[in-house]
Design a protein around this ligand. Structure first.
Ligand SMILES: [Zn+2]
Ligand SMILES: [Zn+2]
Length: 392
């Protein structure tokens, strides 16, 4: 695969899906508990140790800041000295044992830093380069999805910080083909936000295409909802963000990034407000469900115009009831969007590099890795957008 990492900022979306070169890929690990030595120190040439935030075993809790062996890069791998890594809702789900993962595992899938060492067979990347890495740790490399670049659909896909050690540590080792260079206009804090921004790029610019003047309703002002608002706004949409009373602080944040309306649904008739904003069609052109809540799904169906699009980004803890007839009668397009592909990262980096999107207002705090447990508690409290951890 051509390692045109420097071209990150010039790739356009259309032609940028990447095929996968099988030789460079790890074998996918089975979804079973794995001894720490396999998970962490498989390349233990010169064993130092480092601080890391580890989900130690199955069950709620079991998150600990511990010393673990520093991983060394093997063939086709690079070691990154972490500069910043974002706490995500997925990390919190893993701590609560409500998202599949393989313990013991260093959490953190939204990270960036500087390359600190490269393994054999890595000529394209050098120590000292500023980079971030995709979440995808392993792929089969041979399925139709891998071959077409739709790597988020590969059945063998595993993720850093979920199945394989991630970035809440001083160092992480990743496959070289997961690495994107940070363009000059993207600092380490923005670099750590590349992954959630890529999720929203995939949803709003790849799975569907937001265009200027559209009314875009975002249900759920969590970090992903707020990043989605940035993407939609940057592409000329009129953006409405909706949340519950519990989301009050995040709705204020939505206001500060300049959305048209930030609406608290418990005290406001959301569908009525949307109709006021779109008197001719009566609904949003695109609705992004980013809350993963049954009431939010109902709102999505009530607030999207005929012929409009619902993008399902949120994940639910169980099945939800949907009035499916509406999809037919109102000719709705219901589109699922999951994670990201190579081009999503390229586009996210370009949008930050050229100033189209400024993620800084959504980075609420940068805390030392040593305060990781407190940072998780704060992230869970839900008043902030993105909290980053940085090794000292
Ligand atoms: Zn995430
Ligand atoms: Zn595959």
């Amino acid at each position: 695969m051509p390692l045109s990492r420097g071209a990150s900022s010039t790739h356009n979306m259309a032609g940028a899906k990447k095929g996968i070169q099988t030789s460079a890929l790890h074998r996918a690990r089975p979804d079973t508990e794995t001894p720490w030595r396999l998970n962490c120190a498989s390349h233990s040439g010169r064993l130092g140790s480092m601080r890391a935030l580890v989900k130690q075993k199955k069950g709620p809790g079991h998150l600990a800041l511990v010393d673990v062996p520093t991983p060394e890069p093997g063939e086709g791998e690079v070691q990154i000295a972490i500069r910043a890594a974002g706490i995500c809702g997925t990390d919190i789900h893993i701590v609560h044992d409500t998202f599949p993962y393989v313990p013991p595992v260093i959490l953190g899938h939204e990270f960036c830093g500087e390359i600190s060492a490269v393994g054999s067979g890595v000529d394209e990347l050098k120590a000292g380069e500023r980079v971030m890495a995709e979440t995808t740790a392993t792929l089969c490399g041979t399925c139709p999805f891998c071959l077409s670049g739709d790597t988020n659909r590969c059945a063998a896909r595993t993720a850093y910080g979920v199945h394989v050690n991630g970035g809440f540590a001083e160092h992480v080792v990743v496959r070289k083909d997961a690495v994107h260079r940070l363009p000059p206009g993207v600092d380490f804090h923005a670099g750590a936000a590349t992954e959630p921004l890529a999720v929203c790029v995939h949803a709003l610019l790849e799975r569907t295409q937001v265009t200027p003047g559209q009314l875009v309703l975002i249900l759920g002002p969590g970090p992903i909802g707020l990043f989605a608002a940035l993407v939609a706004k940057a592409h000329g949409a009129v953006v409405v963000v909706a949340g519950t009373a519990r989301d009050a602080e995040r709705l204020k944040l939505a206001d500060t990034i300049g959305v048209a309306r930030a609406i608290e649904v418990e005290s406001t008739d959301l569908a009525g407000e949307i109709k006021t904003l779109a008197p001719e069609t009566g609904g949003a052109d695109i609705t992004v469900e980013a809350a993963g809540a049954a009431a939010s799904v109902a709102a999505a169906y009530a607030c999207t115009r005929k012929g409009g699009t619902i993008v399902q980004l949120g994940l639910f803890e169980g099945a939800v009831q949907v009035d499916y007839s509406q999809i037919a009668v109102r000719e709705l397009n219901v589109i699922g969007s999951f994670a990201h592909i190579w081009s999503s990262f390229d586009t996210a980096l370009r949008l930050m590099d050229d100033g189209t999107i400024d993620v800084a207002p959504l980075i609420s705090a940068v805390l030392p890795l040593d305060e990781g447990l407190e940072a998780f508690a704060r992230a869970e409290a839900g008043a902030d957008a993105k909290i980053l951890l940085a090794p000292s």
